[in-house]
Design a protein around this ligand. Structure first.
Ligand code: GLU
Length: 465
């Protein structure tokens, strides 16, 4: 069997959004799984709506996700000559013809058809005229007049469209520019694409494209039309459902591997496994297990999966991302050893890198902001001797030794007659300003004995007698 060749051909008329990213991932993973090739192409023929900034941001998003392509990026806008040579070939072989019907005539016929309940399609007036090329002529493909287009879709099963529904497609405009379907098919043929995985919003395009393949005498690719991604309200995913573009998720502190995992699972499954690394997906992704119903986007699930990936990541791999978010929050991070230790204490609970950086603020400033509620409850005169006993127990202790810290706190428990929780809470508030913090001993080990004692003493000084 020939090597699998897939492609991702976005139109640069907007940023890369979640639905598009999932299509890219499916094509990429399938090519990787099958040891094939993955082609990246920009369908930028709509000059009005295509913008360089969108091309740039799509490329940036692909790179951030780690979706690497083997060929491209190709730009349709640079391939006009190739399309024209195929159009020429279709005319010469009698599969296509010049049509000089004016827009006005076509419009009148359309309106007439609509009035009389007929189908508003081209009536084939120029089909057998053998007209020569003229300045006002378009090129139309001779679409079979009867019969059906039938193909086996890897997701939808057998799909059939009646040819009577279709008219003779314009493949070249009178200004000499090729039309969309022609360009897509010529690209896929010349780039050797044999597997087309795309959203099922393209399903109705497929019979038209198949006619072009057939007119050119080319074999069809395998099609896999994937159901759309819907919002929680079962409507098509849109701005209403929150951020849409891949880069917006990056800027929220989502990890690329988590977004990949999440998107692929929206429409594909492997038993009841939820957590996948990209490498695992490259080994397991297949077309058979693409679901037949639409994937529903659940933002909470994305956060949960992101939390899972943060927990599973090596601290070293989180360092750059963490620092980016920390610096956005105005935190001056320190040396690698310190920052890695900070991340280690926070990665168990953080759902995003942004949240991790927010929760890390207390590590980087001695000016602790006490949460009002926490302060009222725990920074009380009764707790002053507790905090003093903690200072005494920690004084001179090597706090990097967690066992030694444990023993020190046991001493405080004995001295005060209080349980660990009753002692730990005021200490947490003194060190972080909040009652929710990383594990107490781990956190003290990162802060160091000196800082810990200084902060507790500061707090003692602020407790009203
Ligand atoms: N350029 C099309 C889009 O962005 C994709 C065409 C295709 O996959 O055949 O929706």
């Amino acid at each position: 069997m020939a090597a699998i060749v897939t492609r991702f051909p976005p139109s640069p008329t907007g940023a890369l959004h979640l639905g598009g990213a999932r299509t890219a991932l499916f094509n990429w993973l399938y090519a990787r799984r099958m040891g094939g090739r993955f082609i990246f192409r920009l369908e930028d023929t709509d000059v009005e709506r295509s913008k360089q900034e969108y091309t740039d941001s799509i490329i940036e998003a692909m790179k951030w996700l780690g979706v690497d392509w083997d060929d491209g990026p190709f730009y349709q806008s640079k391939r006009t000559e190739i399309y024209l040579s195929f159009i020429e070939k279709l005319v010469q072989t009698g599969k296509a013809y010049y049509c000089t019907c004016s827009q006005q005539t076509l419009e009148e016929k359309r309106e007439q058809a609509l009035k009389t309940g007929g189908k508003p399609k081209y009536d084939g007036l120029c089909r057998e005229k053998g007209l020569p090329k003229t300045a006002d002529a378009v090129v139309r493909l001779k679409t079979p007049l009867a019969g059906k287009v039938v193909f086996d879709d890897a997701v939808k099963g057998t799909v059939a469209f009646s040819n009577e529904e279709l008219d003779d497609l314009v493949i070249c405009r009178s200004d000499g520019t090729p039309t969309y379907h022609l360009a897509v098919v010529v690209d896929d043929i010349t780039m050797g694409v044999n597997t087309v995985i795309r959203g099922d919003d393209h399903l109705s395009n497929t019979p038209r494209q198949i006619h072009i393949y057939q007119a050119l005498g080319e074999p069809l690719p395998l099609y896999a039309h994937v159901p759309m991604v819907l919002g929680p309200d079962k409507k098509r995913l849109s701005k209403r459902h929150g951020a849409r573009s891949v880069l917006e998720y990056r800027d929220m502190g989502i990890l690329p591997q988590a977004l990949i995992n999440f998107l692929v699972r929206l429409g594909w499954s492997c038993g009841d496994q939820e957590f996948f690394t990209a490498n695992e997906l490259k080994e397991k992704f297949n077309l058979e297990s693409i679901g037949r119903s639409a994937g529903v986007f659940d933002p909470q699930k994305l956060l949960d999966i992101n939390g899972d990936h943060i927990r599973a990541a090596k601290v070293e791999d989180l360092l750059d991302g963490f620092r980016t978010f920390a610096s956005k929050q105005g935190l001056a991070t320190k040396d690698d050893t310190f920052d890695l230790a900070v991340i280690e204490t926070l990665k168990i609970r953080a759902k995003t890198l942004e949240e991790m950086a927010q929760k890390a603020a207390f590590y980087y400033t001695d000016k602790v902001d006490y949460e009002q509620k926490a302060s009222e409850k725990f920074l009380t005169p009764q707790n002053r001797p507790v905090l003093e006993a903690v200072v005494e127990a920690l004084d001179g202790l090597d706090v990097s030794d967690l066992k030694a810290q444990e023993a020190a706190f046991e001493k405080v428990m004995e001295k005060t007659g209080l349980g660990f929780g009753k002692i730990a809470q005021p200490v947490r508030v003194a060190l972080t300003g909040s009652t929710a913090s990383p594990g107490l001993f781990e956190m003290i080990a990162v802060l160091g004995g000196e800082t810990t004692i200084r902060r507790i003493n500061d707090t003692i000084g602020q407790i009203k007698a």
